[in-house]
Ligand binder design. Sequence first.
Ligand code: GLA
Length: 454
Amino acid sequence: MGWDTYNAYGLAYNETTIRDNADRLVSLGFRDLGYDVVIFDDAMTERDRSANGSLVENQEKFPSGLHALSDELHALSLKYGVYSSAGRFTCGSYPGSLGYEQQDARWWADLGADYLKYDNCFNEGQAGTQKLSYDRYGAMANALNATGRNITYSLCNWGDDKVWEWGCTISNSARMSGDSNSFDQPSNGCPCDADEFYCQKFPGYQCSVLNILGKASYIAGRSGPGFWIDLDMLEVGNGGMTTAEYRTHFTMWSAIKSPLIMGNKLYDLSPEDYAILTNPAVIALNQDPGGSAIARRFVQQVDTKDRWGVGEIQVWQGSLWQGDQVVVFLNAANETQGLDVPLWRIFGTPGNELSLRSWDMYDLWAENVTMLADVARQVLNGTLELGPKTQGYYNASRISWREGLAANDTRLLGSFEGTVEAGGTVSAEVGAHDVKAWRFRLVGKNRLQKKDEL
Ligand code: GLA
């Protein structure tokens, strides 16, 4: 989890941008939720290398020097993320690292870098087979390892050459799609034919949340501890989607266990967006110790298409730590839908063992689970300091997600909504472009764990 400059600033950021947002990561409690990497996404250096081939710091943008900034981040218990491309140039036409892997890895390690995002622009045609991509990205893996510094390695090859099939052997995460920027708008830059497996002709750009979810439904199961499939940075807070759409985007990215990298202006957040990004019950899905991604169970077309002709409902389900389950109803149509879904469809097959149990359902977006608008407003304007008792807030630096879940912390479970009996049906109204998301827990589990009943 972290924060990245690109979605909100493009290449136009400097040390003030970094400092302002880093301060907000701390004061708004994001760091203590786990958003702790600050990624300088492209445009960190001069346009040319030095005579000996070294990268050169951009002094105009970073007059204090990158080393000093890295130290400042570390002093705040944040991590320093850098960026380059496995190509001749980066996507912003700064020097890329192809052929300079060892020299650049050393340079970043000396600056105290903790994370590398490694892009795919200007790759000199060294793509098109898994061998070509693997060798190109593997060279940087070797170079990072040779530095002896612990640097998280994040591939950004947009899913080229089916990176989810080989990325886990050399990296910690891999982007599986082109850049995202809307909820549902189809784009020629990111084509998707219904009959095409994985929905991808070329990685593309301007991919919608729904397009990315469609692709992720085929490959999310490749994610696991040590290697996460990255659905792209979050757009929450950038203004291009409705609150319901941001809620859906954030829920799905969390439950699929994508890295949660914000890409917004942290000193310009609305209370609604702040409450989404800090929802402890949803982040608990992302940080679940079980480490399994949610799976799409079915998609059903409905009549109420939106202006792009998109109109469907989707049901997703996944396994959580210690037998809990996550269930999501997603309404991608433009009118509220009433859904009645039998448990066997939620769990995949008729007679499925899990559908023959009774489940308590905890709503992950109930009022009070997220920060109420009033509380969020006060924290944002500095009149309320976050503390252990702040409504809707969870500090995972104090009590880890694992400890919190083991202790049945109600902030992580969500709000009890009711019970669905064995073999029963879950019914819910879901607003347009919104989700209903629950943690399912076997009936009796909480009660059995109470000391006086043991
Ligand atoms: C590509 C990546 C983005 C970002 C930019 C930087 O488009 O996909 O995430 O890193 O390059 O220029």
